[in-house]
Design a protein around this ligand. Sequence first.
Ligand code: C2E
Ligand code: MG
Ligand code: MG
Ligand code: MG
Length: 287
Amino acid sequence: RAKNQGRNRYAFYTSDLTVTAQHRMEMENDMRRGLERNEFILHYQPKQDLASGNLNGVEALVRWQHPQRGLVDPDQFIPLAEETGLIVDLGRRIIDLACAQIADWRHAGLALPRVAINVSGVQLIGTQLVTDLRRALSEHDIPASLLELEITEDFVMNQNREAIHLLELFRDMNIQLAIDDFGTGYSSLAYLKELPLDTLKIDRSFVAGLPGSHHDAAISQTIIVLAHNLGMSVVAEGVETPEQRQLLLEQGCDSVQGYLISAPLPPTQFVTTFLKTVPSHQSSHPV
Ligand code: C2E
Ligand code: MG
Ligand code: MG
Ligand code: MG
């Protein structure tokens, strides 16, 4: 069932050139309706510190709880949202959902790691994202240090003064920045020293070949050394086997994320599996 349905959904939602303008308009309207009816939700995937095994981060990943199609993956609607500009409204909703969730967890007295939100390049044009983040942080009364933004390499490659300035604004706000899917873009390495980045995420296509592929092992090792020499931390994405984790540990990688630790989970499941109450002697401030 999943496979066929998956293919149909894919054909329905991607920016395939064969999709008619009429059809695309329907999809766009469907997405707008979905936004109005709060059909977009976040799942949460843990990041694990390799040395200690402790939870040291979590990534928020959007899903569309569609009334007819069930739970739809982001690959099926993010591209169209980017093309139509709907990503700005959707992105604002995602930020709001993540911040509301962080506030809830804090009020419940749970020890929280930093929460990473994915942002598209389109959201990094202009200063709307800064406005949205500032508003959400103050509305939900949470510290910016609990947020991280995952941006893709292609955005930083096309860097211009405005883009660099924007990333510097995030740094000044105390929001961490990670490059997602590192190693897959068409970028020069020059930007790495120019931008205020905290973390590189090794793309899962390189992790997939570990530990057997010498080439993939050389790439992961090189990214780890590069990041550390530039004062950044490294997360490996898509870690599925103990052997992959072991090699990454030996290579000096800081954190891992992937099905080996956990798939992205709905919030209630994430809480029961990964979040612990802050010991009472530490929760001195009223909530
Ligand atoms: P990403 O940010 O690189 O997220 C990692 C993707 O890999 C997620 O897919 C996750 O479910 C999947 N994954 C995690 N562990 C494993 C593993 O061990 N093996 C394999 N094969 N896959 C694993 P997902 O949730 O379908 O998201 C796909 C992409 O959609 C994300 O890639 C991100 O680029 C985009 N996306 C997701 N949520 C958002 C969002 O809120 N805003 C924006 N702008 N983009 C988003
Ligand atoms: Mg997926
Ligand atoms: Mg990501
Ligand atoms: Mg990625």
